[in-house]
Write a protein that binds this ligand. Structure first.
Ligand SMILES: *[C@@H]1O[C@H](CO)[C@@H](O)[C@H](O)[C@H]1NC(C)=O
Ligand SMILES: *[C@@H]1O[C@H](CO)[C@@H](O)[C@H](O)[C@H]1NC(C)=O
Ligand SMILES: *[C@@H]1O[C@H](CO)[C@@H](O)[C@H](O)[C@H]1NC(C)=O
Length: 382
């Protein structure tokens, strides 16, 4: 079922129905995006604005889901929501009747808190989610829509998938494994500064806890200070050398939270710290062994409570014309099972994502549309 919106659009499309290699726009250097002023410019900016203006902090994505379903339907896609319960839905959108496609283009619609409103500042767009990842979402939709309009993809070629919960453990993407679908290539949208990811680090989390014995601080010999036990362990962890690799760089450790004690004149009975490692080599299990050994040696009474994790994630980058990069953050890539090619690409930089100054340049959004189109067409050639 090729829908009316597309049929009309194809008739009026000014674009010649040429092959990818014959198309001059695709041969433009992708890092020089500012010069491209496409016919879909206003649509892209408007779509991105609506997405950012609709708050969708993880767990409360329903309003943006509702908006996206309407928007995708009005663009002529067949839209198939996947219910996760608690009012949460992933959105799968495709051309015609075929849910099964060769290529999948996907990103996430949830954001971290707090909400920051949409604001246009010259050629920049500020606000929560402008980068992570509503820039990717908007560019992906416009990219697929324009490939359909240009008659360069058709039913069975490419689908869009937008998931909830990427920022908090990826329940949305993990649910997608139950759809019983598979793809040759999956293009994940996250801020990569328009570079193609060669891989991203893994991550593992653990807590260090200490149990002491409370008492009057004037008589330390009668108690045991949990904070002292904890601090010795943490000092050792800060000094610990973790595995590195040529591809992913150094594993790094962050002591992100620390709590303990009740007052200056009381021997602390409890203390704990929350620690995270960005894994560049080895497995979470092998790193856990290093951590436990270091803690045992430095502070035998401290305990390590492992919270789980994953190793480094290798990505495909066998498509010409992109700069490549390695990312230090986690994504939904490992949450989607299958032996598809994995590409990671998107507008904006992770260096401002999750911050109060999250923003991107309009030219990056424009360039991302061209980048996604190229990734989709190249994936379909293989
Ligand atoms: C969703 O939209 C409704 C209606 O505009 C609004 O009242 C509600 O606060 C929104 N929910 C969230 C989580 O933003
Ligand atoms: C990795 O750590 C080593 C030693 O601490 C340092 O010299 C090097 O610059 C680090 N590499 C990266 C990519 O950060
Ligand atoms: C670590 O501590 C935090 C804060 O109390 C808690 O939310 C988390 O579940 C703990 N993780 C593990 C692995 O115990």
């Amino acid at each position: 079922m090729l829908v009316l919106g597309f049929s009309l659009a194809v008739l009026v499309a000014s674009w010649p129905f040429s092959s990818a290699s014959a198309n001059p726009t695709l041969q433009r250097p992708l890092q020089q995006p500012g010069v491209i002023q496409n016919s879909h410019h206003d649509d892209l900016i408007g779509l991105h604005k609506s997405l950012v203006e609709t708050p969708s902090i993880s767990g409360s994505e329903a309003n943006v889901t509702t908006f996206l379903i309407k928007s995708l339907e009005s663009r002529g896609f067949t839209v198939q929501p996947q219910d996760l319960g608690a009012g949460r839905q992933n959105i799968h959108a495709y051309v015609g009747d075929s849910q099964k496609t060769r290529v999948l283009v996907t990103s996430h619609i949830d954001t971290v808190p707090p909400y920051w409103p949409y604001e246009r500042r010259g050629d920049e767009i500020w606000g929560r989610g402008t980068v992570d990842a509503k820039g990717s979402v908007a560019a992906q939709i416009i990219a697929v829509e324009s490939l359909v309009k240009e008659n360069r993809v058709s039913e069975g070629d490419v689908a869009l998938l937008f998931v909830v919960g990427e920022e908090v453990g990826g329940p949305g993407m993990r649910e997608v494994n139950d759809l019983g679908l598979s793809w040759e290539a999956v293009i994940f949208g996250e801020p990569t500064e328009l570079k193609l990811g060669r891989g991203h680090k893994g991550a593992m989390g653990f807590n260090v806890t200490a149990k002491g014995k409370a008492g009057h601080s004037g008589y330390p010999e009668l108690g045991k200070n949990a904070i002292s036990v904890l601090v010795r362990a943490l000092y050792a962890l800060d000094e610990l050398e973790l595995p590195s690799s040529d591809r992913f760089g150094n594993s790094t450790l962050n002591i992100g939270e620390i709590q303990g004690g009740v007052a200056g004149n009381v021997i602390a009975e409890d203390a704990f710290a929350v620690v995270m490692v960005r894994v560049a080599a080895g497995t979470p299990q092998s790193i856990l062994e290093l951590i436990e050994k270091a803690v045992r040696a430095a502070s035998p009474d401290a305990k390590v409570v492992f919270g789980g994790g994953i190793g480094p994630v290798a990505l495909d980058y066998d498509i010409e014309g992109f700069e490549t990069t390695v990312l230090n953050y986690g994504t939904d890539v490992p949450n989607l099972k299958g032996d598809h090619k994995r590409y990671l690409y998107g507008p904006g930089t992770i260096l401002v994502a999750h911050s109060d100054h999250e923003h991107l340049k309009i030219s990056e959004l424009e360039a991302a549309v061209e980048g996604y189109k190229r990734l989709i067409l190249e994936s379909l050639k293989r």
